[in-house]
Design a protein around this ligand. Structure first.
Ligand SMILES: Cc1cc2nc3c(=O)[nH]c(=O)nc-3n(C[C@H](O)[C@H](O)[C@H](O)COP(=O)(O)OP(=O)(O)OC[C@H]3O[C@@H](n4cnc5c(N)ncnc54)[C@H](O)[C@@H]3O)c2cc1C
Length: 792
């Protein structure tokens, strides 16, 4: 499915000289045995766009190609069995408005009308999605293949890939059973074999294959008598899906306890898995089948006719792997999808855009395979994938994370901070404090303000009035040096490198199309040496971007020093006084101004100290060698007691950076926008000589959207991201991130809105948990727009 869809969409984008190499017949991997459902509902806005595209494409395929697809526009019902599920559906309902797929939340009467056979016991409501359907996966796949061939693409069947190597010319040589193919680009779309195929180039595709069952009943009399088909039903109680298959019933189960087995296909030299099914294990799924039959008693009136137990590839976070493989030029991943029928169409479309044009029209951050690194070893992948499978029909609260597979990467302070109440969140394998539980409370996850609201308020208060300490050791860190380091960075980044020694600049890397790929804070350490910092999750992407931009003969050396230094962030009006207790170096503003950095001794340890702040207070980032983290931390805590030092976490950071109007990479700053559209023009050095993306940014036709900051009359539901922005009831934009600003006592958000609503003072509405709330476009960040506190 993934390979055929990509082939078709590459051809649509103009790359018709592509070949899909299949070891057996098309669909002989996972695709042929799929149940073929294509739901609209998923918790991620960007993934929902992928689903929505597939659901728009598949009904057209038969007419387009003449290939039978058996598309059934059945619609779907996702049940809410508890308030958390209902709140989640309200959240998804919001972004369905922005994407444009049909969704409404319906009550019991409507549910019974849509599915008169269902037992609605325990059901609060359901999401009714009309655009959902199901089709014959082999039919859909073959239609995509035909559409690709019609445009000039080639498919070689019964032609196994044996080896892949990169030639000195940087082209790829793909050895197949029928001889070599030389290619500019290679894409791994090998489904359950993706890991084995990635290993041919010493790369990893972090997937694990799960065994999944569905059963088909004997024909049901009542279905014979109806012309209408019941919508596909998705139910957390049964942890599965239930639908009509011709005149029979179909039930698919995701066991959510007691799962022990995964399946690894036999790789080289056998590669024998073709149209493979596993032995039935009805006993294993029996408890959930019973619940499914309680929900649809009519299914229990007839026996089971057929059982399918097949393999599905899953990734640790459940999202597909779409994009470049880490460390390799022009080697792409198009695999790791556990809903490959529903997602195949959209995955092919947006990956093809990325390959052909340098970026896609949707935010691809959460699909980029480089979100995983060496930390995602086999045991991590196993634990996370089992979790993902178990949770398929379980709804988490917002921000809720499970302990499976953790911890992977820890700061040397991990245990000490835990003892002080740190509640950790995981990013790129790093454990990072989200908030501190000082009284032993645990978070009651909710879309509404919850029991952590006042804790975050107190952390913000400490940073604002006194001094706060945050461990952000996970930051990606690079030492970039050489005679050509400065011109190199000036070519790769849109902003100018700092000229003064110790100067700091915020810079962005752009695609040739001018869209935002990365963001770094760069400090000039010496004439020829720079220290660059970027988001923890961006480590491999930024490393690739930097390394792959070095031209032959250029004197630039890049060292990834992420694991060599720790990061302690000291913020607040008393941070300078506290720091002065640990050093003899002068810290007054003339000696150590805002936006400069230097290496000084702190408690006897040579430490890179940067006077920067993401939270809008006087503040310093301390980057000691990793081995000095513990003594430096202990000295800060010891001396900090006199200044009222408090620990704070990423919830507080998010609140404060929104007050400061600081946009975040991955939320506001994405591959969808240029710096100008992101309202970041001051970081676009127009007058600088040519740099990547400059011409394209300047030539870009005005695009419909712009990033603005909103103050929202939020009630007790602060925006978080992916809520629609409305004007006159029409969707005119989307929240990219949001939180309550405790210093300004306002609910704040960034949003991408249509240009004509971007003017300061414009009023719009934001849909929060089903309620329309007024919001106003701000002219300036609400907290200290002059930066007086940071400069002071
Ligand atoms: C029982 C069951 C029900 C499911 N129901 C649904 C559903 O209702 N909706 C949904 O969206 N998803 C469903 N899925 C999941 C879906 O089947 C998969 O997500 C999807 O098929 C993955 O597609 P793919 O193209 O990535 O992999 P595959 O279909 O496995 O394709 C990969 C191809 O690569 C080929 N290949 C591998 N190695 C080589 C090599 N060395 N050389 C050449 N070719 C090679 C294989 O032969 C294979 O054809 C279901 C899965 C199961 C098991």
């Amino acid at each position: 499915m993934m390979g055929a869809s990509l082939l078709y969409h590459l051809a649509l984008e103009g790359w018709t000289d592509c070949v899909l190499v299949e070891k057996d017949e098309l669909t002989s991997g996972s695709t042929w045995h799929a149940a073929g459902q294509c739901p609209s509902i998923t918790g991620s806005y960007n993934l929902a766009k992928i689903h929505a595209y597939s659901n728009a494409l598949y009904p057209r395929l038969e007419a387009l190609t003449g290939q039978y697809t058996s598309w059934h526009p059945s619609g779907g019902l996702r049940l809410a069995n508890n308030p958390t599920e209902l709140a989640w559906l309200q959240y998804v309902l919001g972004f369905s408005r922005a994407i444009g797929f049909s969704m409404e939340i319906v009550g019991l009467d409507e549910i019974r009308r849509l599915n008169p056979f269902m037992n609605t016991e325990g059901v609060l409501a359901a999401a009714w999605t009309r655009d959902d359907g199901h089709g014959d996966p082999a039919g859909i796949c073959n239609a995509l293949a035909k559409a690709a061939r019609d445009l000039g693409a080639t498919i070689l069947k019964r032609c196994r890939v044996l080896a892949v190597e990169q030639l000195p010319s940087s082209e790829w040589q793909v050895m197949t059973e029928h001889g070599p193919i030389r290619a500019e680009h290679v894409v791994n779309a090998a489904g359950c074999y993706a890991r084995e195929v990635a290993a041919m180039v010493q790369a990893d595709a972090p997937i694990c294959n799960m065994q999944h069952h569905y059963v088909i009943t004997h024909p049901i009399q009542a279905f014979q008598e109806r012309s209408e088909e019941i919508p596909v039903l998705r139910d957390s109680r049964a942890s599965g899906y239930l639908r009509q298959e011709q005149k029979s019933g179909l039930m698919g189960i995701y066991e959510n306890v007691g799962l022990t087995e995964a399946w690894a296909p036999k790789g080289s030299p056998e590669w024998e898995s073709t149209n493979e099914l596993f032995a039935d294990d009805l006993e294993r799924i029996a408890p959930w089948l019973e619940r499914a039959i309680e929900r649809m008693p009519i299914f229990g009136e007839v026996g089971i006719r057929r059982v399918i137990n097949g393999a599905i590839p899953h990734t640790p976070d459940g999202a597909p792997l779409l994009g470049p493989a880490a460390g390799l030029r022009n080697y792409w991943m198009c695999c790791g999808t556990s809903f490959g029928i529903a997602q195949g169409g959209g995955c092919g479309k947006y990956l093809a855009q990325w390959m052909v044009h340098g970026d896609a029209e949707i935010n691809m951050t959460e699909f980029d395979p480089r979100r995983f690194g060496p930390f995602a070893d086999r045991s991590y992948v196993h634990d996370k994938v089992f979790l993902d499978y178990r949770m398929t029909f379980t709804t988490r609260g917002p921000n809720e994370e499970e302990p499976d597979g953790r911890p992977r990467k820890m700061s040397p302070l991990h245990e000490q901070l835990k003892e002080r109440g740190a509640v950790y969140t995981e990013t790129f394998g790093w454990e990072r404090p989200r908030w501190f539980s000082l009284d032993g409370r645990t978070e009651q996850y909710s879309y509404r303000r919850n029991n952590v609201f006042e804790v975050v308020r107190d952390e913000v208060e400490a940073v604002h009035q006194r001094v706060g300490l945050l461990d952000l050791t996970g930051f990606a860190k690079f030492d970039i040096e050489g005679a050509d380091a400065e011109p190199f960075l000036n070519r790769v980044c849109a902003n100018r490198m700092p000229r003064r020694l110790g100067g700091i600049a915020l810079v962005h890397m752009l695609s040739p199309q001018g869209r935002i790929l990365g963001e770094m804070t760069v400090t000039r350490l010496t004439e020829q040496r720079f220290y660059a910092l970027s988001a923890a999750a961006a480590e491999l992407r930024d490393r690739d971007l930097l390394m792959q931009s070095i031209r032959p003969g250029e004197d630039v050396r890049i060292a990834n020093v992420t694991q060599e230094r720790g990061v302690l962030v000291l913020s607040g009006p008393r941070s300078r006084e506290l720091l002065a207790k640990l050093t003899d170096a002068p810290l007054d503003t003339p000696s150590f101004p805002w936006l400069t950095g230097k290496e000084i001794a702190l408690a006897g340890h040579r430490t890179r100290v940067l006077r920067v702040s993401y939270v809008g207070e006087l503040g310093y980032e301390l980057h000691p060698p990793l081995g000095a983290m513990v003594p430096l931390y202990e000295a800060l805590v010891r001396e900090g007691a006199a200044f009222g030092l408090a620990h704070y976490g990423l919830y507080a950071v998010n609140s404060m950076r929104l007050e400061k109007g600081y946009k975040a990479w991955g939320s506001e700053l994405t591959n969808e926008l240029t710096l100008i559209e992101a309202d970041m023009e001051r970081f676009f050095a127009r007058s600088k000589e040519d740099f990547v993306g400059r011409a394209a940014t300047l030539a870009a036709p005005p695009r419909p959207f712009r990033i603005v900051q909103l103050e929202v009359e939020a009630g007790d539901v602060d925006p978080r991201g992916a809520e629609p922005v409305l004007a006159g009831g029409r969707s005119i934009g989307l929240i990219t991130s949001g939180a309550y600003g405790h210093r300004v006592k306002k609910s704040l958000a960034f949003a991408a809105v249509e240009q004509r609503f971007a003017a300061p003072g414009s009023t719009v509405d934001v849909l929060l948990q089903g309620e329309s709330r007024h919001a106003r476009v701000l002219a300036a960040p609400p907290f200290d727009p002059e930066n007086a506190r940071m400069k002071g």
